[in-house]
Design a protein around this ligand. Structure first.
Ligand SMILES: NC(=O)c1ccc[n+]([C@@H]2O[C@H](COP(=O)([O-])OP(=O)(O)OC[C@H]3O[C@@H](n4cnc5c(N)ncnc54)[C@H](OP(=O)(O)O)[C@@H]3O)[C@@H](O)[C@H]2O)c1
Length: 275
């Protein structure tokens, strides 16, 4: 069975993916930042899963963690670059250090992990890399500009990675979920409380209730983990996989409408206020 390495498994999609793939018989290595998370997940995932403590913003942590793994077990068959953090704030009010931290995690961190793993896959002549983007890695929303910028960057890097690695037999794919019901949403709420000033002219954008039809379409982490498994099982299939009914509707509108029509569509849907 394939050996799958997944970053950021303490919660949400990473956790669901480790549990699903281990249950399906894959050998899985998950990265977490705390030993307590490794202990908790080890009990749930069973003997086919192993754990590495890794901080993606730290060169040494990635080098030691993944270098050691590749030395012991060879390159994984699949790398899932899943770590990601939100970055809330209007472009006017977004604090530069907050934006820099999100870029360091979502963009540089993903590249750092890629650079630790891709050479061994390339030398072996096989492998797959799945980068976790988002439906808003293709079309931005107000107040989410910082986060969207990190995912747009990841999309660009993924395209270059794909073209560069294809001649060596290594596939690169992108997973684009819509909203997933995970701890990520609480992290966004914490940033909303911490970062958006009480008198912000943009605050109302975040406090309007989400359209009810949209909230009925969001995904569970288990549903996204199932889409990830399908992507792993068809590495030579589609480059990008959209996941979630909300994401499908959002990206279909983006594809079909010109800029002006898309802007009117978003405003009409209340998308500016939802996530
Ligand atoms: N939730 C959504 O609505 C949504 C939608 C589309 C795409 N996505 C993307 O899907 C991916 C997974 O998101 P999720 O919803 O599952 O989020 P989550 O539950 O917040 O999980 C994020 C994971 O990343 C880890 N992490 C954060 N910063 C890290 C760092 N510097 N070094 C190492 N690990 C770090 C977290 O570990 P700690 O517990 O140690 O912080 C956690 O394990 C992300 O790339 C996200 O951008 C999410």
């Amino acid at each position: 069975m394939k050996h799958v390495l997944i970053t950021g498994c303490s919660s949400g999609l990473g956790e669901a993916a480790v549990l699903r793939l281990a249950k399906a018989g894959y050998r899985v290595t998950g990265t977490v930042r705390r030993q307590t998370d490794a202990d908790r997940l080890a009990a749930a995932a069973g003997p086919d899963a192993s754990w590495i403590l890794m901080e993606v913003t730290d060169d040494r942590s990635v080098r030691d963690g993944l270098g050691g793994l590749i030395e012991r077990r060879g390159a994984p068959d699949v790398l899932v670059n899943n770590v990601g953090v939100p970055c809330l704030g209007s472009m006017e009010e977004l604090r530069i250090p907050d934006f820099r931290a999100a870029l360091e995690t979502n963009v540089i961190g993903a590249l750092r992990v890629y650079q630790a793993v891709a050479p061994a896959m390339r030398r072996r002549g096989s492998g797959q890399i799945v980068n976790l983007s988002s439906s808003i890695g293709k079309a931005a929303l107000p107040i989410y500009g910082g986060y969207c910028a990190t995912k747009f960057a990841l999309e660009a890097m993924s395209e270059a990675m794909r073209y560069e690695l294809a001649p060596f037999g290594v596939a690169v794919n992108i997973l684009e979920p819509g909203i997933i019901a995970t701890a990520f949403r609480n992290k966004k709420q914490a940033q909303r409380n911490d970062r958006i000033p009480a008198n912000s002219p943009y605050g109302n954008r975040l406090d309007n209730p989400a359209p009810p039809d949209l909230m009925q379409r969001i995904s569970t982490p288990e549903e996204v983990a199932a889409a990830l498994q399908q992507l792993i099982e068809t590495p030579q299939g589609e480059f990008r996989r959209v996941c979630g009914r909300d994401a499908e509707a959002f990206l279909e509108a983006r594809r079909k409408l010109d800029d002006g029509a898309f802007e009117r569509h978003l405003t009409g849907k209340g998308y500016a206020a939802i996530l």
